[in-house]
Design a protein around this ligand. Structure first.
Ligand code: ADP
Ligand code: MG
Length: 211
């Protein structure tokens, strides 16, 4: 079985993973990481608790160009708790890596504070759809430089009624080269959204619960 180094994750991050006891990639990580590194669009279906977060976070970190100061990756997630959790996970992963900045943008958070942070260089933005759309409409965030877009927990987005907002946001990220969608289930509405925006995606499905 491949380890994270063999999957193409740099040694500094591999070291951090090891220190957290994360040594063996889960099946969804083993299959998703190479596809994302190759630049493919990905639709990944796997149960809760199978390690989907690192499946997109790790290859995204390999693809961020720290010489550029613009937003290169946008991760959409349904709740503030998930936005905080994912940004915390990213910050943990870059502890031994220079210069990758991440910002979480979600409702209930002080807008002035967010605006100040948005003025700095942010390579990765993790956001809930509603608050991100506020920023888009105010012109306080520029998503024209986003290369990688992740729609995380897509079925939760659907159940919470966020798909129209997600659709609007995808429309704003016209320059996006790569779209990744993660979900525990694939209802028709999610497949329709994926078909509308994705280019020849790799469909990755893992059935068993593994972590
Ligand atoms: P999902 O999004 O699929 O529900 P998460 O990405 O939240 O799952 O991961 C669930 C838990 O598994 C987290 O605590 C995470 O740190 C842990 N985890 C992820 N990948 C691995 C791995 N390869 N080995 C051990 N634990 C892992
Ligand atoms: Mg998840």
């Amino acid at each position: 079985m491949a380890d994270f180094l063999q999957l193409g994750i740099r040694k500094e991050i591999n070291h951090t993973l090891k220190s957290l006891g994360i040594v063996t990639p889960t099946p969804i990580q083993e299959r998703t990481i190479p596809s994302v590194l190759e630049g493919k669009d990905v639709i990944a279906k796997a149960q809760t608790g199978t390690g989907k977060t690192l499946a997109f976070v790790l290859p995204i970190l390999e693809k961020i160009d720290v010489r550029m100061s613009d937003v290169q990756a946008l991760i959409l997630t349904p709740t503030r708790e998930l936005a905080q959790q994912i940004s915390k996970e990213i910050k943990r992963m870059v502890e031994n890596v220079e210069g990758i900045n991440t910002l979480a943008v979600y409702g209930g958070q002080d807008v002035a504070h967010q605006l100040k942070k948005l003025k700095g260089a942010q390579h990765i933005v993790v956001a809930t759809p509603g608050r991100l759309l506020d920023h888009i409409r105010r012109g306080t965030i520029d998503l024209s430089t986003v290369q990688m877009l992740v729609i995380d927990e897509a079925d939760q987005m659907l159940h919470m009624g966020f798909l129209p907002e997600v659709d609007d946001i995808i429309y704003e990220t016209l320059s996006t080269r790569q779209t990744m969608l993660f979900s525990a289930t694939m209802p028709k509405e999610i497949r329709t959204l994926a078909n509308k925006y994705m280019k020849d995606p790799d469909f990755i499905e893992v059935k068993e619960k593994t972590v």
